[in-house]
Structures are given as C-alpha cells and as structure tokens.
Design a protein around this ligand. Structure first.
Ligand SMILES: *Cc1c(COP(=O)(O)O)cnc(C)c1O
Length: 391
C-alpha cells in the first residue's frame, strides 16, 4: 500500500524526497544527506561489512544520489560518474572489438570525438545515421549491438520517436541508448518509452548551477546494472562525495528551474523569430518544427535550448562579443543564460563534412536559456542586436 503511494508520487516530489528514506530519522534528522568524505570503511568482524567497504565501489552519499536519479528516470539502477563523458566512456565497455553501433549523426561533439578517436581505436565500428528521418533498421548488421541517440539533438534539435525506434531495437535484440541531457528526467523518461540505457551529463540540468561536473548511466535491466557495477568498481570514475552533495542539492529544484527556463526560452524564441538579422530559429516547441508532434507525444515539455541562424557570420560573432549578462560560454542547463558558437566550441572536433551536413554553419548560435527574469534577458538582447545592426 505504502509502495503504491510512493510510485504515484510526482517527479517534483521525487526530486526532493527519496522514497525509501522516508520516515527514517537517520543521520540525526539531517535534512540534507551528509557528505561521507571517507575512502574506506571499518569492518565489524571478519567477513562482515557495514554495507560499505571502499568508496570506489560504493559511498553512502553517492548511493543516495544514484537512487534519486534512478527514481527520476524510473530505472532500477543509476550510477554517478565524474562527468558525462566518464559515464559514456564506461558505457562503451559493454562492447568488444568487432561490435557495431548505430549512432545519431547529430550528437554532442564530445560523444562524436569519443567514438571516432577512442572507441574506434578499440575496434568498435560505427555508422552515423540521421535517426530522426532515416530507416534505422536498414543499417542493422549481424554485429550491431546498439543504437545511440539524443532527442532533441545537440545543437540542431532533431527529434526522434523513441518508442518507434525501441520497437526496431527490441525486434533485433539490440540496445537502445538515449542521452537525455537536453530535456532531463523532468521532461522526458526514455526508459518508459522502451530505451535500455539512459545517459545524462549531470553537469547540465540535474546539477543546474554551472558549478559541478557529473554524469549518470541509468538502466532498467538487471544484467546491464550488474555489468555497470562491475565496471565502475574496476575502472573507478565514480563521482566524489562532495560533488554528489552538490548535484543532489541541484536536483531538489529541477522542476521549478526547468519550468522557468522553458517559459523564458519560449519568449526568447518568439522574439528571435521577429528579428530581421535572424534567418531561422530552431525550437522544438514551435508548431512548425518537424519534431513538434513527436515531442508532444513523448515528452512533458520542449526544454530551454534553442539554436538560431543569423543572416551573416559577422552578426553571430558580434553577438558573442557584445553580450554582457548573457555569457558567451560552453555548457548548458544552468541557472545562467549562456550562448555558444557550436562551430568553434562544442562541435569544433566534429569533421567538417558532418558539421555541414548537420547544418552547423558559422552563422549558427546555440542558447541555453536560464532562469533570470525574461524582461532582463530580452532587454539585453534588444541592446546587443541594435549594436550588432550598427544602430
Ligand atoms: C555536456 C554533454 C555531455 C558530456 O557531459 P560532461 O559532463 O561535459 O562530460 C554529453 N551529452 C550531452 C548532450 C551534453 O550536453
């Protein structure tokens, strides 16, 4: 009975209360879960354990965070890593030389770099496929082990139907892996739609304050969880206790942050669309966005990331140089509004022909809208755009 009440809880509540810790007054009733800054743990007797032996294997602060993230994504297990890339790197250890993966053509630049320069050297083969429009089944080979996607993608906001893709991967008995960083569990839960593994850069919306790097792998499969636990113990990129505390603290406000950031993003996207020096605004919350209907079906929101194309390269560069409160910086998902140049920053290491094919030109800027008062954001943009136009 109690369990059913827990299951019915909404995500805003789950961000604040870990169900299994409910009612207990452990840790002197501390409201914030304590930071267990300990590398090792004393044993009560020979062959006995307190449940914790060594912090590379498990740490109470990390475990609390991992259980929280598992509950937000409806997974059976989540593992916390020192960065998003550390999480993806460990995930690649599921595969062996000769295995083939289908990966979305438009991905976070760091993921493409990892696949091209590290995984390929380790004998993994890749096919880069536009998963939102191509028939993924046609690329499946005998040695294909997984499909790896983001939706919406970074930075071009392509939307893939997760459920439809999961039907294909399940039929062929291969894994579906979804990087859910852009929407966070607040807006989208890929495991519910048939994915096997969810990846997060916890640095982004989960942490939410641009102050801590973190990454997560979440799964609802017992066999994968077991393998991940073995791998994290063996390779040792688990998130440090203090950083776990910071991410846990960030997650408590995930819901209000995402709601506000999205509200602001919609206002700014509409404003950008009216500007004469803007050629195109890509935001999946616009009805004319090709992924709009799928987003409405599979997500609870459209997020706070938007990409826009200026009519000239000089405009793009001048905007980056003239912003003040809005910062020209990489990364996303924090309380501060950031604007970046995918061409030279996040996607600099992506081969030029792929960049072109994905529409990442020198006129394209990406904005991660924060939670400032939208009037101040719009005032700054009005000023910057006027200066850029030479008014
Ligand atoms: C930032 C990011 C990553 C990498 O995460 P880090 O925490 O920076 O290592 C992976 N995927 C996406 C979509 C990202 O935005």
């Amino acid at each position: 009975m109690r369990q059913e009440i827990y299951m019915a809880r909404e995500i805003e509540t789950k961000c604040i209360h870990l169900e299994e810790a409910e009612g207990a007054l452990n840790h002197f009733g501390a409201m914030a879960y304590p930071i267990y800054q300990s590398a090792t743990y004393a044993h009560p007797g020979v062959g006995q354990s307190t449940g914790y032996d060594y912090s590379r294997l498990q740490n109470p602060t990390r475990e609390h965070l991992e259980k929280t993230v598992a509950s937000l994504e409806n997974g059976i297990d989540a593992l916390a890593f020192s960065s998003g890339m550390a999480a993806i790197t460990l995930m690649m250890e599921l595969f062996k030389p000769g295995d083939h993966l289908i990966v979305d053509a438009d991905l976070y630049g760091g993921s493409i770099r990892l696949f091209n320069h590290v995984s390929e050297k380790n004998g993994i083969e890749f096919s880069s496929v536009d998963c939102h429009k191509e028939n993924v089944a046609a690329y499946i080979r005998e040695n294909t082990k997984a499909v790896y996607i983001e939706t919406p993608t970074n930075p071009m906001m392509n939307v893939t139907d997760i459920k439809a893709l999961a039907e294909i991967t399940k039929k062929h008995n291969i894994l579906l892996i979804v990087d859910n960083t852009f929407l966070s569990p607040y807006f989208q839960n890929p495991l519910n739609l048939g994915a096997d593994i969810v990846v997060h850069s916890g640095t982004k919306y989960l942490g939410g304050h641009n102050d801590t790097l973190a990454g997560f792998l979440v799964t609802n499969r017992e066999d994968i969880s077991e393998r991940f636990r073995f791998l994290i113990k063996t390779t040792g990129a688990g998130l440090a206790p203090f950083d776990c505390f910071l991410i846990q603290r960030g997650i408590k406000t995930l819901g209000v942050r995402m709601d506000r950031a999205q509200e602001n993003a919609i206002e700014i996207a509409k404003w950008l669309k009216e500007q004469d020096i803007v050629k195109k605004v890509v935001y999946p919350g616009f009805k004319e966005h090709p992924g709009y209907e799928i987003m409405k079906k599979q997500a609870r929101g459209f997020g706070a990331m938007l990409t826009f194309e200026l009519t000239k390269k000089e405009y793009a560069i001048n905007i980056l140089e003239k912003v003040r409160m809005i910062k020209y910086a990489e990364s996303l998902g924090g309380v501060e509004t950031l604007i970046t140049y995918p061409m030279t920053q996040t996607h600099a290491d992506v081969p030029e022909h792929i960049r072109k094919q994905n529409g990442i030109t020198d006129c394209v800027l990406r904005m991660s809208v924060g939670i400032e008062n939208v009037k101040d954001l719009l005032n700054e943009l009005e000023e910057v755009f006027a200066e850029v136009r030479g008014e």
